[in-house]
Design a binder for this molecule. Structure first.
Ligand code: ASP
Ligand code: MG
Length: 393
């Protein structure tokens, strides 16, 4: 039988009962004859707690030491799970990212993976062991421990699946899969049976936390069959794959990025500055230019880079980004309908940016969840709307 990579998120490994239930699932998968690699996140909100501890000691802690600290959370989960599996009679061994050969660049707290050399995983699987891997971490070309950015355990799972030629990669989480919008914010949201890599990538990039953007990029590049589903349930979840054949709904789903920033530079003219040069590591969520201004939407990391004194000073505004993604998201009709729905709900789109497969509205953070619900009602709850057609997306 083939190799299956499973990733369990923080809520699934938070406490004895949950760990035991994960261990039972894993042992059953192993007993069915599969080679099993399990990637785990830190329990619950442990990573947040560790970051808080560091900031209680220093205003800007060393990024290297932060990585050292944060990887401790995943070590707790991986060793406990391995202990539970062995106690159940299912032989297992746990490894750090470094031990399974995840080699990254030297960008602490947000490192990129350069190479994966999973020799020890292959050896242990061949000996019949379940391999438990601490997610979210690697080792840099300078031999220091690195982390892959918040939510990076998804990336660990997908790169290992690719390096091992796994049959599939399952992301087991606290929701039943990918929804038309975050089900914790939009009670009327619906589970998607399938999502294309392209739409999933855009949703993740623009704030959907169910999957990490880099993980989707790797999955697409290596053709990994990615399944997102609830841990401890038999439901089918969501399959992320290449664009499915057949009819598709114009809008696949919505995301909300509640911690975004708009950086504003005046360019040219009297008192204006030159074209802002963004640090090469900053990934803008979108860029638009209008009336002598350049506006760049950034996440927290990007905004920190822009605040750095070496940067061309920008006016920074806290915003939320509300996004609709899908094959018909960038049409003039969709843009007008979305902006209209937001205005009608009492919101003010500060900037609207439409791409060929997405539309992003920058809004005040306050009240942005209500705006998400209004947009969901427009696209997914209208009688006779796209809800009834297409692939159910
Ligand atoms: N524990 C890390 C985080 O909280 C990585 C992860 O959960 O994927 O971001
Ligand atoms: Mg996550």
């Amino acid at each position: 039988m083939g190799t299956i990579v499973q990733k369990y998120g923080g809520t699934s490994v938070d406490g004895r009962e949950k760990l035991l239930s994960v261990a039972k699932n894993v042992a059953a998968l192993r007993s069915a004859g599969n080679d099993v690699v399990v990637v785990v996140s830190a329990p619950g909100l442990m990573t947040d707690g560790l970051i808080r501890d560091a900031h209680a000691l220093a205003e800007s802690p060393s990024q290297r030491e932060l990585d050292m600290l944060m990887t401790a959370g995943e070590r707790v989960s991986m060793s406990l799970l391995s202990i539970a599996l062995n106690a159940m009679g299912c032989p297992a061994v746990s490894f750090t990212g470094s031990q399974v050969g995840i080699i990254t660049d030297t960008r602490h707290t947000d490192a990129r993976i350069l190479e994966v050399r999973p020799f020890r995983v292959i050896q242990e699987l061949a000996q019949g062991n379940v391999v438990v891997v601490g997610g979210f971490q690697g080792v840099s070309t300078a031999k220091d421990v690195t982390t892959l950015g918040r939510g990076g355990s998804d990336t660990t799972a997908v790169v290992l699946a690719a390096a091992l030629g796994a049959e599939r990669c399952e992301i087991l989480t606290d929701v039943a899969g990918v929804y038309t919008a975050d089900p914790n914010l939009v009670p009327a949201s619906r589970l998607l049976e399938v999502v294309s890599y392209e739409d999933m990538h855009e949703l993740a990039r623009l704030g959907a936390s169910v999957l990490k953007e880099d993980a989707v990029t790797f999955a697409e590049r290596h053709g990994i069959k990615l399944i997102v589903k609830a841990s401890g349930s038999d439901t089918q979840g969501t399959i992320v794959l290449s664009e499915p054949l057949g009819p598709t709904a114009p809008i696949t789903g919505l995301s909300l990025h509640r911690d975004a920033f708009l950086a504003r530079w005046r360019v040219g003219g009297d008192g204006g500055v030159g074209i802002p040069r963004l640090d090469g590591n900053v990934r803008p969520l979108f860029t638009v230019s209008t009336g002598g201004e350049v506006l760049v939407a950034l996440d927290e990391t990007g905004s920190r880079a822009v605040r750095h004194p070496t940067h061309e000073p920008a006016e920074l505004q806290e915003v939320a980004l509300l996004c609709a993604v899908g094959p018909g998201a960038g049409t003039a009709e969709t843009v007008a309908a979305a902006a209209g729905a937001i205005t009608e709900a009492g919101g003010t789109p500060l900037v609207v940016c439409a791409g060929c497969r997405s539309i992003v509205l920058a809004l005040e953070r306050n009240g942005s969840t209500d705006m998400l619900r209004s947009l969901h009602a427009l696209f997914f709850e209208a009688p006779g709307g796209q809800v009834s057609g297409g692939r159910g997306a």
